[in-house]
Design a protein around this ligand. Structure first.
Ligand code: FES
Ligand SMILES: [Fe+2]
Length: 320
């Protein structure tokens, strides 16, 4: 069967001639969706980074919600995590070496594994194949869950790319930005055209359904229908439900770091039934940076939106 064309010609009004969306983008509607999302259980799980960030034989450190966290691979490549400060005299464990699956402190050689040592006890950790998570029960303060709440993802054969950006805001500002699909064609006209919100969320069916054309070059684009949902309080997921790449997902995870900074960890898990896609997967290491680059401007602008929301909120100046 011949493949259908990837790019479709489309027409769209000029930027200022588009239909304004502010009447539909009701602050109360966005706030209500945000409230429902932030009330969901997370089981105290936080995304730390990409699975491929944590490689065998190397420690990986991050600050999550003000806690230093260190991750590494155990003897069977299983994910291990723990506090990032050595229980002996406080050396940064992120600078440690991994030998035989144990994390060895650089200062005096204390080797830590998956078991408690004095006041140091490992954190539950989870590798979902794309992202790595830690469970911080004293930070989350919720009922712990054995595993993080993950959205539906494409089955095997997908191509994933993970990008991390840091901004001065809180996780809820990142989530609020994603729960405003109406800004798409106005704020990111270089990427989106002809955006229409087909469904807004209700308590019964908590999702946005959006029709949009991804602008590729000039008047050629890829029309899709996408659903936005929140599986847990710090994640928004876009599922492509119709059009090119149906089944692909973009997961936006917001992880609090420290001092009012939040990491946006975005995982794109692409799927396609196109014949060339198998080939694309084989050249994945080359394609991934392009996937990341293509989205960089979008992320910068969305982060500016989230930072602005935070700045206004923290001065009590947020409208509504
Ligand atoms: S500070 Fe880590 S072994 Fe002494
Ligand atoms: Fe955006």
């Amino acid at each position: 069967m011949p493949d259908r064309p990837l790019l479709r010609p489309f027409t769209s009004p000029s930027w200022s001639q588009q239909e304004p969306t502010w009447r539909d983008a009701k602050p109360a509607l966005i706030e209500a969706a945000l409230k429902r999302a932030t009330a969901l259980p997370s089981g105290n799980w936080f995304v730390v980074g990409a699975s491929r960030d944590v490689v065998r034989g190397k420690a990986f450190g991050r600050t999550v919600a003000g806690r230093e966290v260190v991750l590494w691979r155990g003897p069977g490549d299983e994910l291990r995590a723990g506090p990032g400060s050595c229980p002996h005299l406080g050396a940064p464990l992120r600078d440690g070496e991994v030998a035989g699956g144990r994390l060895v402190c650089r200062w005096h050689g204390l080797a830590l594994g998956g078991e408690r040592f004095g006041g140091w006890s490992p954190f539950p950790a989870h590798d979902d194949g794309v992202l790595v998570w830690v469970r911080l029960d004293d930070v989350g303060g919720e009922e712990p869950l054995p595993e993080p709440v993950l959205p539906a993802r494409p089955a095997g054969g997908a191509l994933d790319a993970v990008a991390t950006l840091v901004g001065r805001c809180e996780p809820e500002d990142v989530i609020a930005n994603r729960l405003d699909p109406w800004h798409g064609a106005w704020f990111h006209p270089y990427s989106f055209a002809n955006l229409r919100v087909l469904e807004t969320p209700t308590a019964e069916r908590d999702r946005f359904l959006v029709e949009v054309t991804f602008r590729v070059v000039g008047r050629l684009g890829v029309p899709v229908t996408a659903a936005f949902t929140c599986p847990e309080p710090r994640t928004v997921v876009m599922h492509i439900v119709a059009g090119e790449g149906e089944g692909s997902v973009v997961e936006t995870h917001a992880t609090p770091l420290d001092d009012g900074r939040t990491a946006v960890v975005e995982a794109t898990i692409a799927q396609s039934d196109r014949r060339g896609f198998g080939l694309v997967r084989r050249v994945a290491p080359a394609v991934r940076p392009v996937m990341r680059w293509a989205a960089a401007r979008l992320w910068r602008d969305d982060l500016a939106y989230a930072e602005r929301r935070y700045a206004l909120r923290s001065k009590g100046l947020f409208p509504g």
